[in-house]
Design a binder for this molecule. Structure first.
Ligand SMILES: C[S@@+](CC[C@H](N)C(=O)[O-])C[C@H]1O[C@@H](n2cnc3c(N)ncnc32)[C@H](O)[C@@H]1O
Length: 271
């Protein structure tokens, strides 16, 4: 049974607003891998657990067609609202039941999603829908992130780490898969041609509000909010105040650098 999170409209809207984290660094790595293993043409990419479509849109220039699928109706609604790209479409669907023809897909990609899937069933579907030499790429990044601003980066990162500590009791068991950097996911990949790339750093310029919004969009913050709305709100407000104070600024629109560390699993179907 697939894990059901990210279902609420409000959560999906938060996701769209604060999680534009589809790093070009990772996409370039994946596209180079696909070029090396299968080569062109790049006809169809399927973005599984596409959320509000960040990755799907980034892939659009490189494929004839990109289809984003997600189990959450609210996420698909948010993705559709973005519109604007003729070769990208979104539909409701399950990772464990990919509604594509046998041997029809060049790339199956899942960004910060694979830990939610039933890997055994997902892998069977990936094996079925990929073309020979077609590729699968599963990436994710670690939390907490680092924050950098003038001379107080260490202090800011510590404030974020403290906030994340308060979220630990609200993490689902799926978070452990991320903490283990997808070791179980890697083991569950049935293609013998597989590799992993670790420590892919990437940065974003964000406002303090965006950094706070990012935390708010996490599934485990959402669980905290459901269980204890007042404590969750107060904890986030405290974090925001501490960041403002440490930076010596009064506006949450002040920009700073958010630094994350990603990892990516790559695999290719036999010929
Ligand atoms: C953390 S979000 C990632 C969204 C997007 N890929 C990104 O990089 O921002 C995880 C997404 O996976 C979806 N999801 C979880 N389990 C799924 C499943 N079994 N099949 C399809 N989508 C699933 C959730 O609804 C959610 O939108």
């Amino acid at each position: 049974m697939a894990a059901r999170f990210f279902e609420g409209q409000e959560h999906a809207a938060l996701y769209q607003k604060y999680r534009p984290l589809s790093p070009a660094e990772i996409h370039n790595l994946i596209l180079n891998y696909l070029q090396r293993k299968k080569g062109k043409p790049f006809s169809l990419a399927v973005d599984v657990g596409c959320g509000s479509g960040q990755s799907s849109r980034e892939l659009a220039p490189f494929f004839e067609k990109v289809v984003g699928i997600d189990v959450s109706e609210a996420q698909i609604e948010e993705a559709k609202k973005m519109g604007g790209l003729d070769n990208v479409s979104y539909r409701l669907g399950l990772a464990e039941q990919l509604e594509f023809e046998d041997s029809s897909v060049d790339l199956v990609i899942a960004g910060t999603s694979a830990h939610w899937f039933d890997m055994e069933r997902f892998m069977k579907e990936v094996d079925r829908v990929l073309k020979p030499k077609g590729c699968m790429a599963l990436y994710c990044y670690q939390a907490p992130f680092e924050l950098h601003y003038k001379g107080c980066s260490e202090n800011l990162t510590q404030i974020v780490q403290e906030m994340f500590k308060t979220l630990v009791p609200y993490e689902s068991e799926k978070r452990q898969i991320v903490r283990n950097e997808y070791k179980e996911v890697f083991d569950a990949i049935t293609f013998s041609d597989k590799e992993r790339v670790d420590n892919i750093p990437f940065k974003r310029q964000v406002s303090i509000s965006c950094a706070i919004g990012f935390i708010k969009s996490l599934s485990y913050y959402q669980t905290f909010q459901k269980k204890d709305p007042e404590a969750a709100k107060a904890s986030l407000e405290r974090t925001e105040q501490k960041l403002l104070q440490a930076m010596g600024v009064s506006s949450s629109d002040t920009m700073l650098e958010m630094k994350l560390n990603a990892f990516c699993l790559l695999a290719s179907k036999p010929e």
